[in-house]
Design a protein around this ligand. Structure first.
Ligand SMILES: Cc1ncc(COP(=O)(O)O)c(C=O)c1O
Length: 399
């Protein structure tokens, strides 16, 4: 007898359905993985239905943990409901975040990815007379939004170590509506330690008390530099400051689209005015609550990333290619050749690497960290591509 839809959903949601739930949530690629006898979670890379190695977008290649996957599947029967009619609603996620970060609910804003929050911040705090100050290159969303709404942009070059240039950013922040500080910075993966960030905030506050300070910590969970500390404590205690976080990176939920901001209640209130109503779906709300309670998964993901990153850095060094000191789940590599040529050659061999990041597109490329298996296969491709007629200067010297 064939299953009715209702009975199928009941099966998916049942606790004892856990062993098959990962498979059921799948699209073709995951089914194919199951057909080949592989675990569902380990095969997220195949979920786009191809064998391409996708190391272009700084995703967690394993996706969410099994517990979170099961929660997502368990929410399928409620899919007909609006998020405000669901069993778990946004206030529950806000409370869970407040508990984790030790703040009140009025210190928290949500978004469909932290990208929504960055966009809301530009719309809320900048105008034609209140520019956006941003390092460059960095995550583009604030700059892109500013350009769309006609806000002037003060874009500040990075320092010699490809870190955010704090002195110049303080200067640019003076009189700005919003200053964006990405720590670790995407695409360069570099980080500033806690004293430097605290000093930055203090100087901006003194020089320009009306400027809102947005510290983006999308890659917070991947940092291993002991000098680093989250700016969360600063955001809790300093007017005009807020921190943005995302479930898209270490939490492995980029496709679920959830992010949050923590900070000054007055800033948060203003940000909430710009939110798109119900932008976070019902499974995404439930998945985020579950993910916040699964710290072991984050710890394991950090360790996995650290190990695979070390392997990849060593492999590139053997090819004569240096990376910046990466404090994230990607490398910014000095290939000494245009990224486009490298990218096209890699893509032809089934490996997708990062886009151009001007003004470094003639020399540098960003490569995200996949699984160990993916990186071993990708390294074989990199060796071939870099060993072809475009060898690096170091390679030509036989180093
Ligand atoms: C630094 C940084 N901030 C924010 C985002 C936005 O991520 P999401 O909207 O998926 O939370 C990204 C995405 O890559 C990022 O690199």
């Amino acid at each position: 007898m064939s299953l009715t839809r209702r009975r199928l959903f009941q099966r998916l949601a049942a606790v004892n359905a856990a062993p098959v739930s990962g498979e059921w949530v799948s699209a073709r690629g995951r089914e194919a993985a199951v057909a080949e006898g592989r675990t569902a979670r380990g095969q997220m890379a195949a979920s786009a239905g191809t064998n391409v190695i996708r190391i272009a977008s700084n995703e967690n290649p394993l996706g969410p943990g099994q517990r979170v996957l099961d929660v997502i599947v368990g929410k399928f029967p409620e899919a007909g409901r609006y998020p405000f009619n669901a069993q778990q609603q946004e206030p529950e996620l806000v409370k869970a975040i407040a508990g984790k970060q030790g703040v009140k609910v009025e210190n928290i804003t949500l978004g469909a990815g932290s990208g929504e929050i960055l966009t809301n911040a530009v719309r809320a705090f900048t105008s034609t007379s209140k520019p956006l100050a941003t390092p460059w290159p960095t995550f583009e969303a604030p700059r892109d939004t500013a350009q769309k709404v006609g806000t002037p942009v003060r874009a500040i070059a990075l320092d010699g170590q490809l870190r955010v240039d704090i002195d110049k950013l303080v200067e640019a922040a003076t009189g700005a509506g919003l200053v964006f500080f990405c720590n670790p910075n995407n695409p360069t993966a570099t980080v500033h330690g806690a004293p430097a960030v605290a000093d930055f905030v203090k100087r901006v506050r003194a020089a320009s008390p009306d400027t809102v300070i947005l510290i983006d910590e999308a890659y917070h969970d991947y940092v291993t530099d002991p000098a680093y500390q989250s700016a969360m404590e600063l955001a809790k205690s300093t007017p005009k400051v807020f921190v943005a976080r995302t479930f898209s990176k270490a939490y492995g939920m980029a496709g679920m689209r959830v992010g949050y901001g923590v900070g000054d209640p007055a800033v948060i209130k203003e940000l909430n005015r710009y939110r798109m109503p119900y932008s976070i779906s019902l499974p995404a709300i439930a998945a985020s609550v579950a993910a916040l309670h699964d710290q072991a998964h984050i710890d394991a993901e950090r360790q996995r990333n650290t190990d695979v990153k070390a392997f990849t850095v060593r492999a590139f060094e053997q090819m004569g290619v240096k990376a910046t000191d990466s404090q994230a789940n990607f490398l910014f590599l000095n290939l000494q050749r245009p990224a486009a040529a490298f990218r096209d050659a890699c893509r032809a061999a089934g490996v997708m690497v990062g886009r151009d990041f001007p003004p470094y597109e003639k020399t540098h490329c960003r490569v995200s960290i996949g699984t160990m298996d993916e990186m071993e296969r990708a390294v074989a491709v990199f060796k071939k591509v870099l060993g072809s007629n475009t060898t690096t200067a170091a390679g030509r010297r036989g180093q």
